[in-house]
Design a protein around this ligand. Sequence first.
Ligand SMILES: *Cc1c(COP(=O)(O)O)cnc(C)c1O
Length: 224
Amino acid sequence: MSQQTADNIKKIKATLPCGVELVAVSKFHPEEVIKEAYRAGQRIFGESRVQELLAKKDLLPADIEWHFIGHLQTNKVKNIVPFITLIHSGDSERILDEINRCAEKIGRKVRVLLQLHVAEEETKTGFTPEELYEYMSHEKWRTLNHITISGVMGMASFVENEEQIRKEFTEIRAMFDNLKKQYFPNDDGFAICSMGMSHDYRIAVECGSTMVRIGTTIFGEREY
Ligand SMILES: *Cc1c(COP(=O)(O)O)cnc(C)c1O
């Protein structure tokens, strides 16, 4: 069991091109397996629930880089802002404002990705491309001095059809390129295109992902 986690990480890393980062998604998995991954050299872990993250963080090495990947409620933002390395789920104007407000209070600057909604599923959160262009065009975001917009995050529809998945990842990468060109041309901080999970990360990488978020393939099925 324990060696399995390390082997899975090694296998995935061997297939990732240089420059694509691996976020090990540890949600619903216990500290022991996170430690196994840590011993295998993994330092970036992703969690999607604030309470769970807070409980685990104190039991694990301090040099872990925690990424938040789930939908955030505004009232919980203040709990993760002091230590979080990257928030992938910047999915609304309101949440970006709140992250900025909480970070300002403690004199921190927090890195955030703009979460895009391109998948067909109604349930997925995030800005639609239209909403995001609208948001960026008003340039109010430039006044948010305590967040660093570091790129985009997106998910493809949960379908078998590979062509559809490919089309959606291509759309997310195109948004990333357009935003980069239009708003961040000289900003090296805007560099992350976070897309790809266990079942579709190979396609995501082919479509230009720079950061994959993988849980099941590393840690096995989650028990909810
Ligand atoms: C759970 C989750 C993942 C990882 O999913 P797996 O299929 O287990 O690899 C990736 N991204 C987000 C946003 C998630 O919520």
